[in-house]
Each structure stands twice: as structure tokens, then as C-alpha cells.
Design a protein around this ligand. Structure first.
Ligand code: ZN
Length: 332
């Protein structure tokens, strides 16, 4: 149970979206020391598992990106190519993205109490817009907000206050320098009976283990922590939430993780994620012939990828984990 008396925000809960301080930069969230586990704070040493680009903590099982990127390196990693205003993906990709966000909003509409929704790492505001189409107040925060959506604010999540029927981390928790602190802040913001929603890559998944250093969702250096389900679920429960739903498919990107992994094993290691992005959204240029090669590889890898996805879902070790957890109505 959370100690309400120690929570300066609990007295200011309202049903309206919170006041924010627009002057706050993302980088103001203090970074953990370079040799600390970004999840549990354990001092990383020789007993922890040193892997290319990250160190897995022996205490909590979460890996921390190493070397820990500077603010400048992260700004570079989120440069305009990452999320251009014209959309990230070519062809039907952006439409699929919009459809899946609509499906998430539809689902959450059925399980949330009344009140506004806060989307952390809202990007261009696709999920926020989906909620607003239901007539629900919804606000997003994203340090790299494009400014295209009036409902997505370029502020630090930890500057947000107020009471929210849901706080949603849709593939954003792993981008934060202090993910557990962010979860604790979310616990302060979610009203009793409200829901915390988290979707993150599952670093303990079959595909993560199989594809190793080339796994899609490693995404260095943007992903700062590489989370396993036990670490995530135990933290959420420790914050006074009751886990109501865990899915190893709903978090998305499971099948794509397999396709990306198999294609990345072809000669030349094509990056399928780059292939499906628009030209201006691509990290490195790809010739039309190379794109065709990568896409043909994806088609060939589809049957095996479907099998991999089915195994992951059946064994609850999917490439992503999705959690809905309700804040207990009464705290003691
Ligand atoms: Zn740890």
C-alpha cells in the first residue's frame, strides 16, 4: 500500500487534466549514476552479466543500457528522421498504427472509470486522439512532441499532477532514465479504481534470447532499460495495483520482432524496421534493390515467424508484455 501521507500530490487530485510547467526539459530528470542499475539502483559490478551495449543486473534481472547515453546522444538518437511529421512508415504502416491505437482505446474505454487519460510518451498523439473520439478527455506528454497535436505537451511526465482514470505507458517506460520513479509517480496520479497500463518489450522473451544483440526491441541507445516480466509485475504490485490483465501479444510488435530477427540474419543484415519506414524516416539509406531483398526475406520468414509468435504466446514469453493494473479503490 502506498503511504498517502507522504504523497504531496494526492491532496490535489481533481477530475481535470493537470496543470503543467511547459518550461521543463526532459533532461531535468536526474540520471542514475553510470554504474547503477536503472531499474533497482543496485551498483553494477563483476557479478552482473555484461553484454554488448547493456549490463543485466543480477539482483532484479533488468538490463541497463551501457554505456549510459548522454542527453546529447539521446537527442541525436531522436533526431527528426526518427519521427518525421509526415509519418514514420511507408504505405499502410501508419494506417496500421492508427488502427491499433484505436483498438487499444476501444478496449480501455470498457475498463476505465470516468475521468481523463494521460498517455506518457504520446508521440504524435494517435492514442490521445483515439480517446478523444470517444468523448474522453485525454492528454499526452512527450519530450519530443512535434507540436502537431494541441493535446500532446512537451513536458516531463514527472511534472504532471492531478487525478487520472488511467496513466498509459505504451512503449515509453523503457525510454525513461528513471522508469521506476515514473511508475511511482503514475501511482500517485491514478485515482482509486483507475488503471495503470504498461506495454514494454519483454527482454526475457524467446525472440530476445534467440536474436540476442540484433533483437528488434533492444533499440540502443533509445531503450535505456531492458525489462523482464517479473521485475515489472512485482514493481506494479508493490505500488498498490492489482494486476488484472497480462498479455504477451497485445503489446504488439511480437510477429514483427520475429520477422525482423530472421531478416537480420540474412547476409548484409538488413534492418527490416528501417526498410518499412519512409525514406526521410530511415536511419540509413537503403537502395531499392536492398529494400526488395529485405522484404522478400520477410515474406520467406513469415511462416516460421508465425510459429515463433504462437510459441511465445502459448508459453507466455512473447516479445512484448502488456499489463493492465487497477489501483485498489481503498488504501489503508
Ligand atoms: Zn537491478
Amino acid at each position: 500500500m502506498r503511504k498517502q501521507g507522504a504523497d504531496p500530490l494526492s491532496s490535489s487530485r481533481t477530475d481535470s487534466p493537470a496543470a503543467v510547467n511547459p518550461a521543463v526539459a526532459y533532461a531535468r530528470t536526474p540520471a542514475p549514476a553510470a554504474d547503477e542499475c536503472a531499474w533497482c539502483g543496485h551498483r553494477l559490478g563483476a557479478e552482473d552479466e555484461h553484454l554488448p551495449g547493456r549490463i543485466r543486473c543480477a539482483r532484479c534481472g533488468v538490463a541497463t543500457t551501457s554505456p549510459w547515453p548522454t542527453d546529447e546522444q539521446l537527442a541525436e538518437a531522436y533526431a527528426v528522421w526518427y519521427r518525421p511529421s509526415a509519418g514514420r512508415f511507408s504505405g499502410v504502416g501508419d494506417a496500421v498504427l492508427k488502427r491499433t491505437r484505436s483498438a487499444l482505446a476501444n478496449r480501455l474505454q470498457r475498463v476505465l472509470p470516468r475521468g481523463p487519460v494521460l498517455d506518457v510518451g504520446a508521440g504524435d498523439g494517435t492514442l490521445v486522439a483515439a480517446f478523444r473520439r470517444h468523448g474522453r478527455e485525454a492528454v499526452g506528454v512527450d519530450p519530443y512532441a512535434s507540436g502537431d497535436s494541441p493535446h500532446v505537451r512537451a513536458v516531463d511526465f514527472e511534472e504532471m499532477t492531478g487525478g487520472w482514470s488511467a496513466v498509459i505507458f505504451w512503449h515509453s517506460l523503457e525510454h525513461l532514465r528513471r522508469p521506476v520513479r515514473a511508475l511511482r509517480h503514475a501511482a500517485d496520479l491514478v485515482v482509486p479504481g483507475g488503471v495503470l497500463v504498461v506495454a514494454v518489450p519483454n527482454a526475457a522473451s524467446l525472440q530476445a534470447r534467440l536474436f540476442g544483440d540484433r533483437w528488434l526491441a533492444l533499440d540502443l541507445p533509445r531503450h535505456l532499460v531492458h525489462i523482464s516480466p517479473p521485475a515489472l509485475l512485482s514493481e506494479i504490485e508493490a505500488l498498490g495495483f492489482r494486476v488484472e490483465r497480462v498479455s504477451y501479444l497485445r503489446g504488439g510488435q511480437v510477429l514483427f520482432g520475429w520477422l525482423h530477427g530472421f531478416v537480420g540474419r540474412l547476409p548484409g543484415h538488413p534492418d527490416l524496421y528501417d526498410t518499412i519506414r519512409r525514406n526521410e524516416a530511415r536511419q540509413a539509406a537503403q537502395s531499392p534493390a536492398f529494400r526488395l531483398y529485405a522484404l522478400a526475406g520477410a515474406v520467406a520468414a513469415l511462416p516460421l515467424s508465425l510459429v515463433g509468435t504462437a510459441i511465445e504466446v502459448a508459453t507466455r514469453s512473447g516479445g512484448t508484455i502488456y499489463v493492465e493494473a487497477r489501483r485498489e479503490a481503498k488504501t489503508s
